[in-house]
Structure formats: C-alpha cells, structure tokens
Design a protein around this ligand. Sequence first.
Ligand code: PLP
Ligand code: COI
Length: 354
Amino acid sequence: MNITEQNITIEKVKQSKISQIDFNNLSFGSVFTDHMLVCDYKNGAWETPKVVPYQPITLDPSSKIFHYGQSIFEGMKAYKDKEDATWLFRPLENQKRLNISAKRMSIPEIPEDYFMEGLKTLLKVDEKWIPKNEGSSLYIRPFVFASGLGFHASPADEYKFIIACAPSGAYFSGKVKVLIEEKYSRSANGGVGFAKTGGNYAGQFYPTQLAVEKGYNQVIWTDDNAHEYIEEAGAMNIFIRINDTLITGPTSDRILDGITRKSILEIAKDEGIKAEVRKITVAEVVAAAKDGSLKEMFGAGTAAVISPIAGFGFRDVDYDLPEMEDSIAERLKKRITDIQYNRAEDTFGWRYKV
Ligand code: PLP
Ligand code: COI
C-alpha cells in the first residue's frame, strides 16, 4: 500500500501541554510534544501509520526488545525560519540509514513513504512545538523495536516503528573535554558499530561514566584492534585540525556514517578548506598537541551540531587546545546552521520543506 498524508489517521490530544513548556530554557530531549507517530508490523507487513497522543506503551514481558535488544533509531531535527516555515535537513539520509541499521539487526525495513509521510504528518500536527529561539530546534527520534513475543533467541515477528519529538536546546553546555580510550572498545570489525542500535550506546555508558568521574564529557573511541587510531566519540564523529588541514577518519563497519560529517566534508570542499579523510593515529594527535600544530578538534552530529573540543586526555595527561580566532569549527557551524534554519542559500539542495 502507498502511504500519503491522506491515509494517516490523526487522533489529537484533548488538552495540549505546550503552555507548561519554557521554550527559553530547553535542555536536550527531556520534554516531549503532544503527539507521536505509531506504525505496527504484523503478519509480515507494516500497517498504516497513525498519529496518536504521546503516551506510554504497554508491552508483554516476553517482547524480544527486552531480552535481545533488537532496536534501532535515528536522530534528526526540524527547524523554523523567520517566516515560520518548517525545514528538515537531508531527511532521506536518515531514512536510508534507518534501513541500513534495520538490515543489520534483522528488523523489517521501513518504506520511504511510511517514514516521510508519517514524519511530515506528525510535524504538521505538532508544528507549534518547533522552537523558534536561536540554537533550539525540534529533535526528532524515529525508532523501531521488537514487540513480538518469546524467549527464543531469534528475530521477532512483530515490531513497532515510532516517531517521538522533543523541543531541544544544545546537547552540550559549553566546550567538550574528551578522553581517548584505550581499554574499552565501542565496536569491532564485522560488528554493529555502523548501525544506530541501542546496544552500541548502552555499551558506552560504563566507560563514559568512568571518564565523567575524571572530569571528561565524552570518550573518543579508538580501534578495537590496537587502540592506535582515532575513531569517533560517543554521540558524534570527530574532526581534527592540524595546521590548516581538517582530518577525519574513514567510515567503516565500526563507525557511524554521520550525515553531519559528510555534509561538513562537502562544505569544506566548497569553502576551499583542505580536508582529508584518512586514518589518524593517537600518536599523531599527541605529537601535534605537543608541537603546537594541533589547532582544533570538534565533534559533529545532529544532536551535537558542531561541538568544539577544549582538550583531550590520554594516558593520564591532559592536552589543552588553543583558542583560535579563525576557528574552522565556527565557520563550518555557521555555514551548516545557516542552511538548516534557512538563513542562507542552500547550494547543495539539502534543505527539505515540510
Ligand atoms: N556517531 C554516533 C555514534 C552517533 O550517535 C551520531 C549521532 O547520530 C553521530 C556519529 C553523528 O551522526 P549524524 O551527523 O548523522 O547525526
Ligand atoms: C544524534 O545526534 O541525533 C544522536 O542520535 C546522538 C544521540 C546519542 C543523542
């Protein structure tokens, strides 16, 4: 069946809770809009998506999500411009990546029309929830999990695809301090690191907690083999500026293929900023920090946008990064957010009007 906005049913809340929200003091992902999109997979097919009031979900204790972690998610944002129009940023990239994750986790793929028509319908119903304040946006969380039953360790026969939204401010407050990790690994060759699946995040919580206790915000993961190469951070890809060259590691089956990362690479090319996609060793970064050629490090992701890194820790030594007047991170952040909020021309064709 083809899904259009016409065949998605909408059940509205009796009383909106929007007046309880302080849009001037939004944290990240902690208050939720009035509605959500729900779509069930039963008898081998996705049913018609519905918009319903945001509400708890009742699940049988044997639902496979609880036992085998069969779940995937995406992270996107909706932005308001000065004329009150609503925009998404490269939404089809998220739809495609959700299905890359789905395939790896043996979850049935979500057709493009279910995803896009469902998302647009939800955003129209909850349009008033899209923040207009500078630096805020509506964080969108599409996710799919195994609701089918049984303790047998095999893929479920029923799933739920839900889109929930949270008006949100910045993911990090201020600059980020990171710890380069050598003991624990986030992912491995042939594993699920490239998929946005719950376990990749749960597995990071303990090592990240140890890093937080030492005063860092995030861990920078290194390869699981020899812990020699910089891979990515817990919730963002990593860029390193040595002198005037921007470097980011190649994506692989261990690393999430970030949409912000690939957009930055295209913007850098357009701006004439020298950018290299290559393996980068921890030793190279430490040597560059020592000789002063390490100018900037930043994380890139939907939630994190472009988050400058103030310094990193490695083997019990802290390395601070200099304050840069000609910050490439700032320049790229302005360029990408100007496109996202429709403040500048989008020569790449990335903006998507809702
Ligand atoms: N790496 C990880 C592990 C992430 O969770 C994210 C966030 O989605 C990213 C990188 C950045 O990806 P994107 O720019 O597509 O949001
Ligand atoms: C995102 O940036 O959208 C993510 O999914 C990261 C998440 C861990 C907050």
